[in-house]
Write a protein that binds this ligand. Structure first.
Ligand code: ZN
Length: 219
């Protein structure tokens, strides 16, 4: 419905977001192949009024939880703004928590995030993306990153993330730059969700690297 649209003009960003939020439920997630995932995003600079921004962030949270996922970036719901949300209750076995550093990450809205590596260490694990449903691949990422961002109220964030939360932060920030995790993945590791569940559920991807023939960092 184009109820907010003026004659002959494209709907503004505010109008498009208002329209997206009318259902009140989880938003449709855009799949790979849609150019919106590749165009990059505008820095957030008040394009949405505070109340609308709060509603948009809430809709991202609801959509992420319903998927379920541990992060969601605005372009994944078709909005080209530099905004993402993350949250990971990390319901994983102890061996996985230790190997992957998958510790619980409370809900956070990331506005205008950017990251840089802290130190040279990299870690490689299977990851997936709500915009590439049904598949996972191994991605080597910085073990620790410094994230500079704002929260949804405009307060400055400058924080170091490590382990799995660092991976989530990198994955979501990359979305805002028009990147998908597959751009950084070991493509020979590409595995269906079923294959990961049946064969590659080990805490680390060493057996997958051996069997599928791809490199892990540091060897
Ligand atoms: Zn993703």
């Amino acid at each position: 419905m184009a109820t907010f649209r003026e004659h002959g003009s494209r709907p503004s960003l505010t109008e498009r977001v208002e329209e997206l939020l009318t259902t009140g439920g989880p938003l449709p997630i855009v799949a790979a192949g849609d150019p919106v995932l590749r165009r990059g995003t505008e820095p957030f600079d008040g394009q949405l009024a505070p109340a609308l921004l709060a509603r948009f962030v809430e809709a991202l949270r609801v959509t992420m939880r319903a998927a379920p996922g541990v992060g969601l970036a605005a372009p994944q719901v078709g909005v080209e703004l530099r905004i993402a949300v993350i949250e990971d209750p990390a319901p994983v076995p102890e061996a996985v928590r230790l190997a992957r550093g998958r510790v619980p990450q409370p809900f956070r809205a990331l506005v205008n995030p950017s990251y840089e590596p802290v130190g040279p260490a990299r870690a490689a694990f299977f990851e997936g993306c709500l915009s590439v449903p049904g598949w996972q691949a191994v991605v080597a990422r910085h073990t620790e990153v410094r994230l500079v961002a704002e929260d949804e109220r405009g307060r400055a964030v400058d924080e170091v993330f490590s382990g799995w939360p660092a991976r989530i932060v990198q994955h979501e920030t990359d979305h805002l730059d028009g990147m998908l995790y597959l751009d950084r993945a070991e493509l020979r590791s590409l595995s269906s969700g079923e294959a990961v569940a049946e064969r590659w559920a080990q805490p680390t991807p060493e057996a997958a690297a051996e069997a599928l023939g791809f490199e892990l960092p540091g060897r």
